[in-house]
Design a protein. Structure first.
Length: 401
């Protein structure tokens, strides 16, 4: 398996040019759309990002940035990792707790830096989005633009928006997430696959005693668990997950909060109070979903990136990290090819095998959280990708531009 790109490809994006791509339209100003916009602008492309949200709000939960994601972010925008570190938290310890909030085990997190050359950083999704936004000219981001479809011929792609606008580009990138309209038009594979687990998450600022600075906490319950992340500036992200055969999303914020409070009713006060002090409207309830891997991500002058291309269960923390790899490698392929079709063919050839393996292993990893038979779970994951846990981490984290 090829885990590294060759030394010749270690190039600076700013030194390239792509004469056959002038205008690029990106659908989605999530982490993937913004990262690829920054990278493609360095090739000299005129890049426009279209986002359905009306404004950038402080939303999302806590995100873990792993060595491979950080390697690629730094290759796209040198120095950005320092900015993210200052905005989030460099994890020094991981702490396992029981549901009473008592510490069972503590492990140093220095192995990330020592073994893979980058730390483990936890950051608020929204802050990372804002850092990426700050690297783009404001006139290149178009909020309140929900894409509803596109048409393409040999020369252009025309993109249509709900507000009646139409734009034209040489290349269209669908970075519009797990429910991508671009994917639906290209592939039409219907709704995402529910993986049998529900998630509730938020970021809050509060006085708490459960997590020391620099710590990342994991609370293991029975068919339920909680992650606790320091995300910088005194903010804490909590993320509660529970095995749940069916899912029904509530439209009522108070009911959503009651659901979580009922689930953690017999947990220790230090944990329960985190949920209790959270304003109900800040709790995001979502089903955990993925999709099956695709054989192709592109048609003509249209392609997919990030969750639109390879949505995966969050178990291995590779959703955003693998998306930063996509952003860099798509840009690299555009810089090295002599046509859009050649660029997109080599992009998917590089990316599909790697992300396919991550998708499969992440879906299996999801169930590891809920089982007491972790040995059997690990064996299934090992059989899936012929790699032990440690070999998988080496393969994932050592990947470099
Ligand atoms: C608001 C939000 C909060 C998140 N918070 C977390 C988190 O806390 N922790 C975590 O691990 N992951 C989080 N994620 C998911 C994580 O960002 C992704 O798994 C990963 O980063 C891949 O990103 P992406 O850019 O491919 O997709 P996404 O992050 O899903 O971004 C897709 C973007 O496309 C926009 N969009 C969708 N459809 C259209 C359309 N038709 N027209 C125009 N725009 C459209 C969406 O509004 C969104 O901004 C969050 C995603 C979102 C959208």
């Amino acid at each position: 398996m090829n885990t590294h790109t060759s030394a010749q490809e270690k190039i600076q994006l700013g030194k390239l040019s792509t004469p056959f791509i002038e205008k690029v339209a990106i659908i989605g100003a999530g982490l993937g759309g913004l990262a690829v916009a920054i990278a493609l602008r360095k090739l000299g492309c005129e890049v426009q990002v279209y986002e359905k949200a009306q404004d950038f709000r402080p939303v999302g939960g806590g995100l873990g940035l792993l060595p491979n994601g950080l390697n690629f972010l730094d290759a796209i925008e040198p120095g950005i990792v320092e900015t993210i570190k200052n905005s989030g938290c460099e994890v020094s310890k991981t702490v396992l707790k029981n549901t009473q909030g008592e510490t069972i085990r503590t492990n140093p997190a220095s192995r990330f830096q020592d073994k893979y050359g980058q730390p483990l950083i936890t950051v608020w999704w929204w802050r990372l989005q804002q850092i990426l936004v700050s690297k783009l000219p404001s006139e290149s981001i178009h909020l309140h633009h929900r894409c509803v479809g596109f048409e393409q011929d040999d020369h252009h792609v025309s993109i249509y928006f709900e507000n009646g606008e139409k734009v034209s580009a040489d290349l269209l990138i669908g970075a519009d997430g797990i429910n991508s309209v671009i994917r639906e038009a290209l592939i039409g594979d219907g709704k995402p696959r529910y993986l049998g687990s529900m998630s509730w998450r938020t970021v809050i600022k509060c006085n708490q005693e459960i997590l020391n600075p620099g710590e990342l906490g994991f609370v293991k319950g029975h068919k339920e668990f909680m992650y606790l992340l320091n995300v910088g500036d005194g903010y804490i992200a909590w993320l509660y997950r529970k095995l749940s055969r069916d899912y029904s999303l509530s439209q009522d914020a108070g009911e959503v909060k009651s659901r979580v409070l009922n689930q953690v009713a017999d947990w220790g006060e230090s944990l329960r109070s985190l949920v209790a002090v959270t304003p109900a409207e800040q709790i995001l309830e979502t089903p955990i979903c993925d999709r099956l891997p695709l054989k192709s991500w592109s048609q003509g002058r249209v392609t997919l990136l990030g969750d639109a291309a390879h949505p995966m269960a969050p178990a291995l923390g590779q959703g955003a990290n693998s998306t930063f790899e996509d952003a860099y490698e798509l840009t690299l392929c555009c810089s090295q090819a002599s046509s859009i079709q050649e660029a997109l063919a080599s992009y998917q050839q590089r990316r599909i095998p790697r992300t396919q393996l991550m998708q499969g292993r992440s879906a299996l990893g999801e169930m590891r959280y809920y089982t007491t038979d972790t040995k059997n779970s690990d064996q299934q994951m090992q059989e899936h990708s012929q790699m032990s846990r440690e070999e998988f981490q080496d393969w994932a984290f050592n990947y470099k531009p």
